[in-house]
Write a protein that binds this ligand. Structure first.
Ligand code: UD1
Length: 420
């Protein structure tokens, strides 16, 4: 159990470089096994989910090395096609290995842990994408079996633009005979990053970033080098941290277009934002204004992962801010805990209504999920007195040294491990 002790009231000042993207590196690590080759990835964040992926790769027989932000995977010795429960339990998004293992081995067996903290997390779209590529799919006793001695290209239509299902289909389609067209594909920047990585691996693929992705052919490379994109949600976290605490913060090493829906909202609330292509500067010198409706949507709409962060930034904003969560059913778990800090929040189904308060006060609270946990830490920065966030490791799944990054900007955050 980690405890984050936040002494609120210090404005944030300074500049920092944003970590590599969690949601980009996970599918790319899975894709390294598409063929037997050596891959070197740079800008990899040090996160629990990344470690869990490396353990899966090791279990499958790959040689894996990590040195600071560089991960080397040699997938030539890979032999396994089964991922057991002990490993999939460690990472909710381990289903992302399905397409890659199937593509490499002609079969895949994955243990699927049940629902997760954001509500039911179905994988029907992943499975129907594998079927559309000619795989047989069976589910039994919490395990998924896929088998396709030869995958064949075709049309993969996704009922919803699921990020993970799009990634799984792109990876599996590389090994399919003939062309694959994915329609209603997710358009998130991480999909574009995966496309760029697959190109480096030898795929002739285009369309990522639009609703139609086409995989034409694949000529495997022996060695691949690739740099992971910056983490747009970590960037959103720092922007919202500045909105909560006040101050003047510059973010480097980012793509400022990818955080546009977040910066636009913060500007409308009264923050000053200066953009350059790989830098952003945010200044929050006075009380922010509420009044906007924040509606989560697939990219380029407002990201569901940034919703709890923007909520923290709205708690003291003057007026009323409405949130509509359209992606996950259980994504307001932070609200009860935020109320302990004095926040005025009403929730009804998909909608949350925040009435800005003048002051928040520190209190003991509990992180229930990754971004919800970050939201509590951010709210603590803007609260009077001390907030103690207890967390069963959720926040470390997504942030590399969040405490150190905040402290480097002048925050007062102490993180320690506790027995209970
Ligand atoms: C990814 C991100 C996660 C982000 C989410 C939405 C990773 C590792 N995680 O998750 O941080 O919050 O995108 O931007 O990249 N759905 C189905 N059937 C399926 C798959 C999904 O009904 O087979 C539904 C989900 O329940 C959800 C919606 O589709 O309501 C979007 O989920 P999806 O885009 O698949 O999210 P993930 O890929 O799991």
């Amino acid at each position: 159990m980690s405890v984050w002790r936040i002494k609120g009231g210090s404005a944030l000042e300074g500049s920092l470089t944003i970590q590599g993207s969690k949601n980009a590196v996970l599918p790319i690590l899975a894709a390294t096994i598409l063929t037997g080759c050596e891959t070197e990835l740079t800008n990899c964040p040090a996160l629990r989910d990344v470690e869990a992926s490396l353990n899966i790769l090791r279990y499958l027989g790959c040689r894996v090395e990590r040195q600071e932000d560089v991960i080397r995977v040699d997938s030539r010795p890979m032999t396994g096609c089964v991922i057991p429960c002990e490993l999939t339990r460690e990472m909710r998004s381990s289903v992302i290995f399905l397409g890659a293992v199937l593509a490499r081995c002609g079969e895949a067996r994955l243990s699927m842990p049940g629902g997760c903290e954001l509500g039911p997390r179905p994988i029907d779209l992943h499975l129907s994408a594998m079927e559309a590529l000619g795989s047989q799919v069976r589910g039994e006793g919490g395990e998924i079996f896929c088998s396709a001695p030869m995958l064949r290209g075709g049309i993969v239509h996704l009922e919803l633009p699921s990020v993970g299902a799009t990634e799984n289909a792109m990876i599996a389609a590389c090994a399919a005979r003939g062309e694959t067209v994915i329609t209603n594909a997710a358009r998130e920047p991480e999909i574009v990053d995966l496309q760029n990585f697959l190109r480096a691996m030898g795929a002739d693929i285009d369309g990522a970033g639009t609703p139609v992705v086409t995989i034409h052919s694949f000529t495997p490379a022996d060695r691949v080098g690739y740099r992971i994109m910056p983490d747009r949600i970590a960037a959103a976290t720092m922007l919202c941290a500045c909105a909560c605490a006040g101050g003047d913060v510059e973010l480097r090493g980012i793509d400022s277009r990818q955080t546009e829906s977040v910066t636009e909202n913060l500007e409308a609330m009264g923050a000053e934002v200066a953009r350059q292509s790989h830098r952003l500067r945010i200044r929050c010198r006075q009380r922010l204004r509420g009044g906007r409706t924040v509606i989560t949507q697939p990219y380029p709409g407002f990201p569901t992962d940034a919703q709890p962060l923007m909520m923290a930034a709205s708690l003291k904003a003057e007026g009323t801010t409405v949130f509509v969560e359209n992606i996950f059913t259980n994504r307001y778990r932070q609200t009860e805990e935020l109320k302990r800090l004095g926040a005025d929040i009403r929730t009804e189904g998909r909608v949350a209504i925040i009435t800005g308060v003048e002051r928040l006060h520190g209190a003991p609270v509990r992180a229930e999920d990754l971004r919800g946990g970050a939201s509590l830490i951010l709210a603590g920065l803007g609260a009077e007195g001390e907030t103690a966030v207890t967390d069963r490791g959720h926040v470390d799944r997504g942030y590399e040294g969040l405490d150190k990054a905040l402290n480097a900007l002048g925050a007062q955050v102490i993180k320690y491990e506790s027995e209970n």
